[in-house]
Design a protein around this ligand. Sequence first.
Ligand code: SAM
Length: 280
Amino acid sequence: MARNESSYCDYNDAFKGYDQLRKPNALEEILQILKQNEIPDKQQRILEGGFGTGAYIEPIRHHVDEIYGIEGSNEGHRQATHKINGASNVYLQLGNILELPFSDDYFQGYMVNQVLHHLDIDPSYPNLDIFLNEAKRALQPKGTLIINTCSQEQLDPHLGVYWNYKYIETAALTIRKRYIPLEALISRLENVGFTNIKKEIPSRRIYHDRYYEDPSIALESDFIKGDSVYSFLSGKAIEDSYVSLREAIEDGSIYEEMKRTARLAEKIGEVMIVTACQPG
Ligand SMILES: C[S@@+](CC[C@H](N)C(=O)[O-])C[C@H]1O[C@@H](n2cnc3c(N)ncnc32)[C@H](O)[C@@H]1O
């Protein structure tokens, strides 16, 4: 049976058209953060947890000495392996980021891009603590943990930055609960012993341009499959969302909504980067 570690989304299916929809947002910011370590990036050994289709592994491998990856789905692992095309400084494996198969103090940097909300069903986020302790164990002194996640404000179905969430309100509210609020994430990082915790809003967007121009994209099965928020809806609820979206396209209101979300995203971003340091 195919392996899949997400608590709610089947990534062996979701990844089939994923790269046609999503971009590795925050890439420039991540590269900048790696440069801030006292060890030059070209000499660093980096880990990515939940690397998906390898959208970050492939570009980042050119900037570091070695990059390792742990991914929970076979399809992600397969696509990423294809993408890196035998690169000799990349080490990818299937696994669970709650049990990292690495010795202590192994990495100078560890990043997770849009992964943490997949770890917990329990609203007290117990697996998040397991993840943080594992990250702390695997990072060297002065190593950096880079977390790409979203704020509660960004994910609000009516006031947030994703225009399609308005038409799938219950799913949007459910996924928002899977994201720990940023202030609570920062407290947990502190409790585990990370220091120098910072938040940053990356400038780039998460989707390819069509999402920002053509609302009919959210009527297509490739889009629905590629965005895990739709995993919280039944087939009937997805059909219902099509009806309200079609109405909004016909009466033009969707275009106002898309303008509003674009303006807001310029201010508050579509994702957040939280960085934390392993004390030296
Ligand atoms: C939204 S996707 C993000 C993929 C990739 N990081 C990106 O940004 O393109 C979430 C990823 O986390 C992986 N994942 C979720 N829980 C995991 C776990 N416990 N261990 C390993 N991977 C996990 C999923 O398989 C999926 O690839």
